[in-house]
Design a protein around this ligand. Structure first.
Ligand SMILES: *Cc1c(COP(=O)(O)O)cnc(C)c1O
Ligand SMILES: [Zn+2]
Length: 471
């Protein structure tokens, strides 16, 4: 293995390694998640984080397409898995802001200057997912992928569709027939992804996407769902940008909503690497906030004591919990659709992040999410419901005195306010304008670029036919 980068099984008892250019969704030996690892000794040494400062100061001058223009790739030495810079797929993602939110801080009984909001909704497709997609698409290009796919009702598909168009790959999105946030759906259609609405729920979509992308390699589909470890490499940069905006000082706390737990996992990885490289002194504490209607992480960690435990975590605890969910035919339910997930794929990595960052988990109700979303809009500049779980979580941690009024806190606002305008209008008027229905067009759409979604039964043959334009 000549590359300084490689893939490695997360399970320390296995620790199998794989070439960085292999396309895998799990360890082939034991089935665990994979991590991207680096042999830092083979890479140029970075003496201090201020090494990256000159890029910040010139980033406005660069034209789109140059690496310093990107808030992800201006830190490229910290995610050096790519082989050639020309292969990097970038659209100027990660040019986001850290805003000092004193008006909101007052509402939460925090001292001025202590609450900072990281607006990841300012990414090109309107959510933090772009940080990860730029990295995963770079890997996809590196391995020569032509078709990329994900199952998602939301921001993952919006981001995938945008990058697929940019990279000139075929983007394929599976959505279920449940509720759909119109802002996100409209993006997938607009950016030209083939959008298959499968008559089933999100779990059905996930199962089907794994069948076509993992079990049938002959179809040549590169999987962009959260199990893709390259996405997490890009998401580390959210932490780098916070450090950059704070003059390379760590905050006391980072608070993030938890769905599939990729983001929080990336944060933990970012800090453990920075520490290993001797580039930071202090690691902030982490709070991961679930919605009460999708609270697997908090249930297992806070109530049942699940811990990373050096990689030897109690997997039976998780299996028992999932078996109980199955038995009661449990379906997660929350207004924060981006975190409506009860089997988070990155759970083990999140446990590791909690250990690295001395973290806590908690959960907040839909009412708390909606009230805090409205507060962020009234005293900040807005976010979608899932994002506000971070601020609602902070409020709780203030009330319990877990966080003091004078500690410096960064809440990650993961998605743009306009992603789910229906939630906002409903909050203010009580009127629900959402259209939960089949997307089969009533009449042939007339626009020159009309990209009509395809409604298809939850049937493998029908799905493959639809993907190949024979639907
Ligand atoms: C995807 C998403 C989340 C959840 O992030 P995970 O990495 O899956 O935990 C939270 N908020 C928004 C807006 C998202 O799009
Ligand atoms: Zn393994």
């Amino acid at each position: 293995m000549a590359d300084p980068a490689f893939q490695q099984c997360l399970n320390p008892a296995c620790a199998a390694t794989y070439d960085v250019a292999q396309v895998l969704v799990a360890c082939t030996r034991c089935g665990n998640l994979l991590d991207i690892r680096y042999d830092w000794g083979k890479l140029p040494t970075i003496k201090s984080l201020s090494y990256f400062e000159h890029r910040w100061s010139t980033k406005g001058v660069g034209v789109e397409g140059t690496l310093d223009f990107s808030g992800v790739w201006r830190f490229r030495e910290l995610l050096p898995f790519y082989r050639r810079e020309e292969e990097i797929v970038t659209i100027g993602e990660g040019r986001t802001v850290l805003q000092q939110a004193d008006l909101l801080a007052r509402q939460l009984n925090m001292n001025p200057g202590k609450l900072l909001l990281q607006y990841e909704g300012l990414n090109p497709s309107g959510s933090f997912k772009d940080n990860g997609m730029t990295a995963a698409f770079t890997h996809a290009r590196m391995v020569g992928a032509k078709k990329v796919a994900c199952a998602s009702t939301g921001n993952t598909s919006a981001s995938l569709a945008m990058f697929a168009s940019l990279a000139q790959m075929r983007g394929i999105v599976f959505i279920g027939s449940g509720k759909i946030a119109l802002g996100k759906l409209s993006q997938a259609l607009d950016y030209g992804a083939l959008t298959l609405q499968i008559r089933g729920d999100f779990d059905d979509c996930l199962r089907r996407i794994r069948q076509v992308a993992v079990d049938m390699p002959e179809l040549g589909i590169y999987l962009m769902n959260s199990v893709n470890p390259f996405r997490l490499e890009g998401q580390k940069s959210i932490m780098y940008r916070i450090l950059e905006a704070m003059d390379w000082q760590s905050p006391d706390w980072v608070i993030v909503p938890g769905g599939n737990l990729g983001n929080c996992s990336a944060f933990g990885k970012a800090f453990s690497e920075l520490k290993e490289l001797g580039l930071i002194k202090k690691i902030p504490r982490l709070a991961i906030v679930n919605a009460s209607g999708a609270n697997t992480l908090n249930e297992l960690v806070s109530r049942r004591g699940l811990k990373w435990n050096g990689g030897a975590f109690d997997a039976s605890l998780i299996q028992r919990h999932y078996a109980a969910l199955d038995e009661s035919n449990y379906r997660p339910h929350t207004v924060a659709s981006a975190i409506e997930i009860s089997r988070p794929v990155n759970l083990p990595k999140a446990l590791r992040a909690l250990e690295v960052m001395n973290g806590v988990t908690l959960e907040v109700t839909d009412d708390e999410i909606l009230e805090h979303r409205a507060m962020v809009a009234r005293w900040g500049f807005g976010c979608e419901p899932a994002s506000a779980a971070s601020v609602a979580g902070l409020h709780k941690l203030r009330e319990s005195q877990t966080i003091g009024a004078d500690e410096t806190v960064v809440c990650i606002l993961t998605g743009h306010e306009l992603k789910d305008a229906n939630a906002t209008v409903k909050y203010h008027t009580g009127i629900d304008l959402s259209a939960a229905q089949e997307l089969a067009p009533r009449s042939e759409p007339k626009g020159k670029l009309s990209n009509r979604p395809v409604v298809v039964d939850d049937d493998l043959k029908a799905i493959i036919a639809a993907m190949e334009g024979r639907g």
